[in-house]
Design a protein around this ligand. Structure first.
Ligand code: HEM
Length: 117
């Protein structure tokens, strides 16, 4: 069940982040705020299901532990990008977006075991 939850929620999480970003950027503060709140719920779903899978299914395998850490960094980046965009203080946008895109490519590749060690 946690496995299905994790694999169906990850794409929704990324999609919600993109939509929330464009809403906030486009000045739709209220709609952006609501989506941001739903997104945070998905952060929790991803964290709880991911940590469960890491321990229950994979016995804290090193590769998935690293994937988990990268995924937590990804969640942090999404949160920072959205809150700073909202406040108008996203000064280092290039670095943050660059890191976001690179980690966003690596994490699913590790999840699907394309990258594995
Ligand atoms: C936004 C954050 C995250 C994204 C985008 C993400 C993405 C993915 C993807 C695409 C998969 C493959 C799913 C599939 O096989 O259908 C996966 C699997 C997995 N993820 Fe995540 N994940 C995230 C957060 C986390 C966290 C926080 C952890 C652990 C601390 C974690 C641990 C795992 C594990 C252990 C698997 C292997 C599941 C399995 O195939 O049995 N993930 N993840």
């Amino acid at each position: 069940m946690f496995s299905h939850l994790h694999s169906s929620a990850w794409a929704i999480t990324v999609l919600l982040f993109i939509i929330a970003f464009f809403l906030i950027k486009g000045g739709k503060a209220k709609a952006g705020k609501i989506l941001h709140m739903i997104l945070r719920l998905f952060f929790v779903i991803m964290l709880v299901s991911g940590i469960y899978l890491l321990f229950a299914l994979w016995g804290f395998a090193a590769m998935y532990a690293v994937k988990g850490l990268l995924a937590i960094a990804l969640i942090g980046l999404m949160e920072v990008i959205l809150t700073r965009t909202k406040k108008g203080t996203l000064n280092n946008a290039g670095v943050l977006w660059g890191a976001f895109i690179i980690i966003l490519i690596i994490v699913p590749l590790m999840g699907f075991r394309v990258i594995s060690f």
